[in-house]
Ligand binder design. Structure first.
Ligand SMILES: [Zn+2]
Length: 661
């Protein structure tokens, strides 16, 4: 679920690993100097040159990265690291050269380009070659620890090791308190050895950030929003304040249901939701608790997975019938693979159809031949969904291991959002080929997902005529809320913790305490057993060892509702927001495309205004969308004491990081 874009080092993935150019850092200090600035070059000429050099460098890095993600072995890793080393060397050279233009006359576009150039990596490296090497080695090591993380139990023949996927399966499907606790604790053991590395990592990136003129790495991360670092921090607080009452209602309802399932003593921890009982390792999506939280059993069920499974079976039967005289096992295997690929492509065609229905172009032919649709069987690949712009000239691809289920179906719509953004802004100079801000890039495809209403799904033959009535509505709203509303405080707290780590208000000997205080404060989630400083629980979430900034996901979850409403308005829709789909509406499509074409060429506020009429991020559309559910939740929670106590140690804790500039 991520845009892969070297330019802004956007390695984005709500639940995925990131692998962009900034990830596979060179293992050795860069020794080749970047080309020196030409004598007498003006700032405008400098930026023109950087754009030109970057465009030339870009395809090679991408090819190496694509290869190393779709064909994992030592050789491809080495090539990717080397290509990346060349890129980082070049980048450092550009940033150094840009300094001499400070205070000089230049066009606004050039000034903006220079600003963007400085924010091209989320991992600012110290200039000292030895420290740069140390930093990249730690980064690689932590990523490896996460990627190969495994929880083993038993001895000898009874020894059993499970990786993240298997442990997640337990949280998803088991309702056995102890088994869930074991799976949750088990995964968190993999992060314990990262504590020392992360401490050093924070020191080193801070040194790099300071050398670039930032107070610390957190301030650098907050500098990419066309407002001051203090202002964006305050903005996210304000937006959270808008949606918090809705989250509190969902929290309250969920706690009641957990208590009913597990008992009063186990279904909550001092009013907090037990971390291991929410169906998700990080409590960022509660959709797996549908069996407990479904408001009206079986009403208006939209079983997309069943529809896709049926499609798969039909493909399989057809492929099997086509097969010749080969042995039955071989025929079955070949038919299985062919059917998997068929259905994956059919799913992607449906997603493409949504975009083309808006008047956007078809994906280029090369997309269909070069994309990784399903998991290859002859080699290791990174399965995490991602979207790639290979050459800024139409070679776009997605990389997934698609299975015929609802989650993968909507993920395709999400990934194509990145691809269409790429295609739309490809005509911009390379330095402007990025999202208006990093939250925009994540929000495009999700906006389409919001428009996948029961009516739309029925119109493409995925589900039967949708059931009408309030119960069906509440069920469908709950489904969406478990994905979108439960995520909001999580999207915020990860960087609250890192901002504090980077600015020194969270000290290494309080890493875990501060983590759980923020989990409690924002999510109302707590651990069922003590989590002292012998643990390093932040490291059990990919984006911490993977060093991917996270505020973008919070912003995306607000912005996508604003985009959705803006496009519904543009399409002339009148009616309740949650019922709107702009599928097939060319006017809305044109407006969306015009926004995508702008890339990062202007402040995001201007881009937002062109689409929605407002230059301010605002959660009003979230609240409007979930209006019926919020009313319903209030009724359900009547007479209950909602909310949760502030974390016990909050007063003794390090200075809260909110609002920190
Ligand atoms: Zn994404």
């Amino acid at each position: 679920m991520k845009q892969r874009h070297l330019l802004l080092a956007l390695a984005i993935g709500a639940s995925t690993i990131s692998l962009s150019g900034c990830k596979k850092e060179p293992a050795e200090p860069a020794t080749t100097a970047a080309p020196a600035a030409a004598k007498g070059e003006t700032a405008d000429e400098f930026i023109a040159r950087v754009n030109d050099e970057y465009r030339k460098l870009y395809p090679e890095i991408n090819s190496a990265q694509w290869l190393s993600s779709t064909y994992i072995n030592d050789d491809s890793q080495m090539l990717a690291a080397k290509a990346n080393e060349r890129y980082l060397t070049q980048l450092n050279g550009w940033i150094a050269q840009a300094r001499k233009f400070e205070g000089q006359k230049m066009t606004p576009d050039t000034a903006r380009s220079i600003q963007l150039l400085k924010l091209m990596t989320a991992m600012p490296a110290p200039k000292d070659p030895a420290k740069l090497t140390e930093l990249t080695q730690i980064a690689t090591k932590m990523e490896g620890m996460y990627g190969s993380g495994s929880y083993c139990t038993g001895e000898g023949a009874a020894k059993q090791c499970r990786q993240l996927g298997e442990l997640e399966d337990v949280l998803r499907s088991s309702r056995d308190y102890d088994k869930q606790l074991d799976a949750w604790q088990g995964w968190h053991t993999i992060a314990q050895p990262m504590r020392k590395d992360y401490t050093r990592f924070a020191e080193l990136v801070n040194e790099g950030a300071k050398e670039m003129g930032f107070a610390d790495t957190g301030e650098m991360w907050r500098s990419g929003y066309d407002m001051t670092p203090v202002e964006i921090a305050a903005e996210t607080d304000r937006l959270w304040g808008q949606v918090k009452p809705l989250y509190e209602q969902l929290h309250c309802y969920t706690r009641t249901k957990l208590e009913a399932q597990y008992g009063n003593d186990k279904g909550q921890v001092n009013g907090l939701l037990p971390a291991h009982l929410l169906g998700n390792m990080w409590q960022q999506d509660w959709g797996n608790l549908w069996d407990m939280l479904e408001p009206y059993k079986g009403v208006g069920s939209l079983d997309i997975t069943a529809a896709l499974e049926k499609e798969y079976q039909a493909d399989y039967a057809r492929e099997l019938a086509k097969a010749g005289a080969a042995p039955i096992a071989d025929k079955q295997f070949a038919a299985e693979r062919a059917a998997q690929l068929d259905v994956a492509k059919q799913m992607t065609e449906r997603a493409q159809d949504f975009y083309t229905s808006l008047g956007m172009p078809k994906l280029p032919e090369s997309y269909w031949t070069k994309t990784q649709f399903i998991k290859p069987l002859d080699r290791d690949v990174v399965c995490h969904a991602s979207a790639w712009d290979m050459n800024m000239a139409g070679d776009v691809r997605t990389k997934m291991c698609i299975k015929p289920n609802e989650e993968d179906f909507t993920t395709i719509y999400h990934e194509l959002g990145h691809i269409y953004y790429d295609l739309a802004y490809n005509k911009q100079p390379p330095l402007f080929q990025g999202g208006a801000n990093d939250g925009f890039h994540e929000a495009i495809g999700d906006t389409m997902v919001l428009a996948m209403t029961p009516k739309y799904l029925n119109s493409i033959g995925m589900v039967d005529t949708p059931q009408q009535g309030n119960e069906a509505l509440i069920n469908s709203q709950m489904r969406m809320a478990l994905a979108k509303v439960s995520f909001l405080p999580f999207g915020l707290m990860i960087d609250r913790w890192r901002w504090g780590v980077f600015d020194g208000s969270i000290k290494p000997d309080h890493y875990n305490q501060a983590w759980w205080e923020l989990k409690a404060k924002y999510q109302g989630v707590g651990p069922a057993t003590p989590r002292g400083e012998e643990f390093f629980d932040p490291g059990a979430k990919y984006h911490v060892p993977g060093n991917t900034p996270y505020t973008r996901y919070f912003l995306s979850h607000i912005l996508q509702f604003q985009f959705y409403k803006g496009l519904c308005d543009a399409s002339g829709y009148k009616g309740p927001l949650y019922d709107c789909t702009f599928y097939g509406n060319k006017v809305a499509g044109q407006k969306f495309w015009a926004m995508l074409e702008k890339g990062s060429s202007q402040p995001w506020q201007a881009t937002l205004k062109e689409l929605t009429g407002s230059d301010k991020a605002d959660a009003g559309a979230v609240l409007e969308y979930f209006g019926p559910l919020q009313t319903w939740l209030k009724q359900q929670n009547e007479g209950k004491t909602c909310g949760w106590p502030a974390p016990a140690a909050a007063s003794a804790a390090p200075k809260p990081t909110t609002g920190k500039g």
